[in-house]
Design a protein. Sequence first.
Length: 488
Amino acid sequence: MSERLVRYPSQLFAGSLCLGLAAANVVRAQTALGLVIAALLGGIVAASRRHRRLGLLAVVLAFAGWWWGSARLDALDRSPLTARLETAARVRMTVTGPARRGRYDVRAPAVVTQFAGRALREPVQLKLPLGRAPPQGAILDALVRVTAPRGPKNGFDERTWLRRHGVHVVLLVDRWRIIGRRGGLGGVADALRRRLQNSVARGLTGYRAAVLEGVVLGEDSGLSEELRRRFRASGLYHLLAVSGQNVALVAGSALLLAWLLGVPRLIGQLCALASICAYVLAVGAQPSVIRAGVAGALGCLAWLTARAADRWQLLLVGAIVLLAWNPYTLLDPGFQFSFAAVLAIFLLVPRFHRFLEGYPLGRSLRVVVAISAACGLATAPIAWLQFHSVQLLTVPANALAAPAVVPLLGLALAAAAVAPFSVGAAAALAWLNGWCAAYLVAVAQLVGGLSIAQIRSTRALLVLLAGALLAAAYACPPRWRQSSSPST
C-alpha cells in the first residue's frame, strides 16, 4: 500500500480532495472545527515519515475539501429574496442562459442585480408568458412577482432541482424591456454562442436544425416532446448533451488546421487550448463539457510544459473544479452520467474489446460496441434511480448512429469556421449536415419506437436481472466444474 501511495501521490491527493468536497453533501463541517482539525493534521504531517506523511496529507486535503464544500453549500443556500415571497417589485437582472419554451410558459435563468432599488446578486428562475423571450445576455428592467418553486409533482421536484443550482425563487415576469447587454467574460460567451447558433444550422428549420443545435450546443429545446422521448428510449439522448467527443474534435480540428497551414506545433497547441476555452464558454457550464474542457486544456498544457498527462488525474481535476464551485453537482444526473461513462471507458472498454476480438466485427464496429455496452452498463443504475427507466437497445442504436456522429460534428464546426467569410458556404455545409441530423432522427425513431426499447416497471427490471444472472451462471460455470477432468 505504501508503494502505491509513493507511486501515485497526485491521484491520491486529488481523490482525497474530491471525497472531502462530496462529503459536504452528507454532513457539513463547522468552519472552526474544520480549520482546527486541518491544523492539527497539518502539524502531524510535518513530523511524520514520508509514507505516513502522504497518507496524512491526503486526510488533510479531505478535511480541507469538506470545509470548503460546506462553506460553498452554505453560500448557495443563502437567499435574501425568500423573505420577499409573494411581493411585487421592479427589478434589474441579467439573463444568463437560453430561454426554454414549455407548453404554457417560457423559462430562463437570470441573476438579479437590483430589487426594488436595493443592490444584491442572486440567481433566479424567470417565468414569462408564451411569446417573445429575452435573449441570453440581455439586461432587463422588469416588473415581477416573487414566488416559490413548485414542490414534487409528476415525478419532478422543481424546488429541489433549483436549490441545487443555487436558485430559491421564481420570478413571474409581468412587463420587461431590454436596457443593455452584459459585458466581460459573460458577454464573450454570449457572442460565441450566437455565432455558433447562427452558423451550424444556417438555412435549416424544424427538427434538423434542432438536432444540430442539440448535438453542438447541448440545447434540446427545439425538439418536440415526442422526439425527445424517442431519443431517450433509444439510448441516444447523450448525443444531445455536449461530451468529451465534441471537445476532442474541436481541439483536433485546431491542430489539423495548424498542420495544414504549416504553423509550428507550439502555435497549434495554443490554438487548440484557445478553441477549447471558446467552445466551453459558448456551450455553458454543463458538467460533461466542463469535465472534458478541463481535461483537454490540461492535456494541452501538459504538452506545452513537456509533462506527461495522466488520464485519472485529468478526470479527478475536472471533478474538483465542478465540486469546488458547487458540491450539489454531485447529485446532478449530468455529472453522474458523465463520470460513470468515463470510468466505464477507462475500466470496462478494454475488457469488452478483448472479448469481442473473436467475433466477426470490424475494428471500428468493435470499438463502438465496446464503448456503448460499457457505458450502457455503467449508466443503467443511474438512469433507473434518476428517471426510473433502463434502455435495452442502446448498443445497436449507438452502432447504427455512429457513422453520422463524427461527420455531423465536423461539418458543424466547418460551417462555424467559414460563416464569417462565406454565408453561402456555411449554408451549403449546414444543408449537407441536415442529412446527418435526419439520419440520427431516423435511428432514434426506429429504435426508440420499439416496445422493447426500454423498461420502466420494477417487475420488468427484476425479470431482466434474473435473466442476466441466469445467463451469467450458464456462461461462467463454477471453478470446480472447470477443473474437474477424468482421471487417467
